[in-house]
Design a protein around this ligand. Structure first.
Ligand code: PAF
Length: 280
């Protein structure tokens, strides 16, 4: 497994292989878990060479203590990637990715204004900054992202379409712990009790399917918020049932784009996000 730290070396390596090999790319912020490995495996199944990047991107954190606390486990990450047969790891430092401040502002067609965007202002602009830099350094054929970050996926698809970046975006299923908790690097920050009980988030999201059509959208959202908040370990930041394409509030009359229930929940200071597709 090759480990590369600079943009120029990374780019040269891809250009060397691109004429002969199908290349897949898995961008990550490290603290790898089975969810990330499932992205790597999806790429390996469809490509001859897979690159994984590890970079904790400061511009997508709207809160400096969240950035500081973000788990960093580089040795363990490299070991996992080695065992899983990853070909190349791109591990730049901050100076390499941001030699000077990135002042670009992206028009993400309001996809960045709702849900996560409302509660984490600037987050998706930061994601757009780093993803465009990464796609430039790693001009792969396909890039793999988890559906746990449902809104991020919508934003990245929009970005690629808008900037005509020639890369196929592949959405991969959410990998869950036994109790249904979506796998996330942040799960490491939960107490044993919080982690054991966090299955309530997925259970509540899933139950929306059973009540679909029997209550109004707002009633369903209110019910879900009350159900999760009834457990004192958790506090819902938002629970929204949205059109899967536009991410606007769902409407029973407009279901062609699909419907997804999305939530962000605090367990003390740890923020967990999850979603379930209600209609496809
Ligand atoms: O999903 C993530 O881990 C990050 O947001 C990404 C896409 C690697 C950009 O930093």
């Amino acid at each position: 497994m090759k480990i590369i730290h600079t943009l120029s070396e990374m780019n040269a390596e891809i250009l060397k292989h691109k004429p002969h090999k199908q290349i897949g790319f898995v961008p990550t912020m490290g603290a790898l878990h089975r969810g990330h490995i499932s992205l790597l495996e999806a790429s390996q199944a469809q490509n001859q060479l897979t690159v994984v990047s590890i970079f904790v991107n400061p511009t997508q954190f709207n809160n400096s203590s969240d950035l500081q606390k973000y788990p960093r486990t580089p040795e363990k990450d490299l070991e996992m990637l080695r065992k899983s047969g990853c070909d190349i790891v791109f591990m730049p430092n901050e100076n390499e990715m941001y030699p000077q401040p990135d002042n670009r502002i992206f028009d993400l067609q309001n996809l960045d204004k709702v849900m996560e965007g409302k509660h984490r202002p600037g987050h998706f602009n930061g994601v757009a900054q780093i993803v465009t830099k990464l796609f430039e350094a790693v001009p792969a054929h396909s890039a793999y992202f988890g559906l746990k970050d449902f809104q991020q996926l919508a934003v990245i698809k929009q970005l690629v379409e808008m900037l005509k970046i020639p890369i196929q975006i592949v959405a991969c299923p959410i990998i869950r712990e036994n109790n249904g908790l979506a796998m996330s690097s942040r799960n490491e920050l939960l107490t044993f009790e919080q982690r054991a009980q966090a299955g309530i988030i997925f259970q509540t999201l899933t139950q929306i399917k059973q009540f679909w059509g029997k209550k109004t959208i707002s009633q369903l959202e209110d019910w879900a918020i009350q159900t999760i908040n009834a457990n004192k370990l958790f506090n819902v930041e938002y629970f929204e049932i949205v059109n899967s394409r536009t991410l606007e509030k769902a409407d029973f009359e407009q279901i062609d784009d699909g419907i997804t229930a999305c939530t962000a929940v605090f367990a003390s200071q740890v923020r967990l996000i999850d979603n379930v597709q209600i209609l496809n």
